[in-house]
Design a protein around this ligand. Structure first.
Ligand code: ADP
Length: 311
């Protein structure tokens, strides 16, 4: 069966937001305070919502560029240099990365336990939030969609505004609570929250009710991911649920980022938002079966085969 991308122009997506280094320890269980535990595996590789989404897109056969603030300059900030090397190996166009002189790039220490769950500690120099892109309209001139996480809203906003003005899809990864009357959301076409971020944004535990409340305030395609419980989206006045694919999860780190990257790519290929959710769920489920954060993101033939096998 031919892949949906065969014979078509390869879509290009600009991802905007965070890029970090992930130092990932695999542990039997998380340490308690004062306790030392041995890791059974260790990996260090790139991470961060937007960077992980960009890697997902290239692995799935799309073109991805990344606009993200990093420390700098090159040679002085080894973490940033490592992030860029890793992204270049994945075929991500990094020309829109902004390096901030005299600052270190963000870094995360992560434990993944036997159940595939993770705990994350991140260090970032907060001055990095002062970074900005010089020409947002040229950044979006040649792309089919923008995908932005909301970790650096002031950095991503001019990019989303330009993309919105051009009428291309603007997908927001609501990875943290959004502000009331959030201008990033006002420039979006599709917003997919993580469960905790939506709960905090709306101040309500029930995800279906939270979606409904937010849908009354913003006119976008609205969804929320809930780990192994799948994804809910709002359509025709009600919240609907798509269950996650059942897999043996060994590492859920980066599942949300992979989900967003796959969703954005599927939209640019002409899939409906609901079909794109399913494609994203399959891509994220496959990622969860492999240890190593974004290193476990699948390729397009793997996702196509998985979807065919699961009907
Ligand atoms: P985030 O990391 O942003 O909180 P989630 O944990 O909600 O993201 O996961 C995003 C998506 O990844 C889910 O909606 C689901 O499709 C998929 N996923 C996550 N965990 C699992 C799992 N254990 N089994 C199958 N799919 C999963």
């Amino acid at each position: 069966m031919p892949s949906p991308t065969e014979g078509r122009r390869v879509p290009a997506i600009l991802c905007a937001g965070t890029a970090v280094i992930d130092e990932i320890f695999r542990v039997g269980r998380f340490p308690t305070p004062e306790e030392k535990v041995h890791a059974t595996a260790f990996l260090t590789l790139g991470g961060g919502c937007a960077a992980n989404a960009a890697v997902t897109i290239t692995r799935l056969g799309g073109r991805a560029s990344l606009a993200a603030p990093l420390g700098g300059p090159a040679g002085a900030d080894s973490i940033g240099d490592r992030i860029l090397d890793g992204l270049a190996r994945e075929g991500v166009d990094c020309r829109s990365i902004v390096r901030m002189p005299g600052m270190g790039s963000p870094i995360s220490g992560i434990c993944v336990d036997d159940a595939g769950e993770r705990t994350i500690v991140t260090y970032r120099d907060d001055r990095i939030t002062e970074a900005s892109v010089s020409d947002p309209s040229s950044l979006v001139a040649d792309v089919d969609a923008v995908l932005a996480d909301n970790r650096y809203p002031d950095f991503a906003l001019p990019i989303c505004r330009e993309a919105h003005r051009r009428g291309i899809p603007v997908v927001i990864d609501g990875d943290k609570a959004a502000r009331e009357k959030d201008t990033l959301l006002a420039n979006a076409s599709h917003v997919i929250f993580s469960a905790e971020a939506l709960r905090e944004t709306v101040g309500m535990h029930d995800l279906a009710a939270a979606l409904k409340l937010l849908a009354a305030r913003i006119n976008v395609f609205l969804a929320v991911t809930e780990g192994a419980n799948g994804v809910l989206w709002f359509e025709a006045g009600a919240a609907r649920r798509m269950p996650a694919f059942r897999v043996q999860a060994v590492d859920t780190l980066a599942a949300g980022d992979v989900f967003h990257g796959a969703f954005a790519l599927a939209l640019t290929e002409g899939q409906s938002p609901v079909a794109a959710l399913r494609f994203a769920a399959a891509t994220a489920a496959l990622k969860c079966t492999r240890f190593g954060g974004i290193g476990g993101a699948p390729t397009r033939p793997e996702v196509d085969a998985f979807l065919q096998e699961r009907g």
